[in-house]
Design a protein around this ligand. Structure first.
Ligand SMILES: [Zn+2]
Length: 179
């Protein structure tokens, strides 16, 4: 098994699903630790929550919703909202890294930080940079190349300048020839 296959295998195990049908019509709420197994054993997640890791993950509510997009932390009560379509059809590595990113926002919310502070542009916002640092740290530990991590960081709504700025903030080397 190649390193990347192994990464995919490990991530799939982390994302293995309980026998509940998340594709039902309504929104569905579950507890994070019941649906996403063994995240409390992931070093980077322990780095986010410290000794409270298991406690936080066994209380965190996850809502599966028909929202357009990916996932986000609800700024009213700090629960995690995940697009059903993304969870079913998105790239598993991207989903895994997004979960790490959003768990960092969960911690920030618990600390009373303003998650969507409009004073900053998205790529300059300290809460975003911290969240990206955690998921890039995990991506590198899993052995993903800077090129692959660059693909992950690039989103359709981010300008080229912002993308390069973000990559620089989180120490991802972009190969200029392939941009
Ligand atoms: Zn974020």
């Amino acid at each position: 098994m190649t390193a990347i296959e192994y990464v995919g295998f490990r991530i799939l195990r982390l994302l293995r699903k309980l026998p509940i049908n998340i594709l039902g019509i309504g929104n569905r709420k579950v507890i994070f630790a019941d649906f996403f197994k063994d995240f409390d054993k992931v070093e980077v997640v322990k780095g986010i929550f410290g000794e409270k890791t298991s406690e936080v993950l066994s209380h965190l509510t996850v809502e599966f919703s028909w929202i357009f997009g990916y996932m986000y932390v609800d700024g009213s009560d700090g629960h995690l909202v995940i697009s059903k379509n993304y969870l079913n059809n998105g790239d598993k590595t991207d989903i895994y890294l997004d979960l790490i990113h959003e768990l960092c926002h969960v911690k920030q919310f618990m600390e009373g930080k303003e998650l969507f502070d409009p004073k900053y542009d998205y790529v300059d916002r300290p809460t975003e940079i911290e969240a990206y640092r955690y998921c890039v740290q995990e991506a590198k530990r899993l052995g993903l190349s800077d090129e692959r991590i660059g693909c992950y960081l690039r989103t359709e709504w981010m300008s080229e300048n912002d993308f390069e700025k973000l990559a620089k903030s989180v120490n991802v080397q972009l190969d200029k020839t392939s941009l």
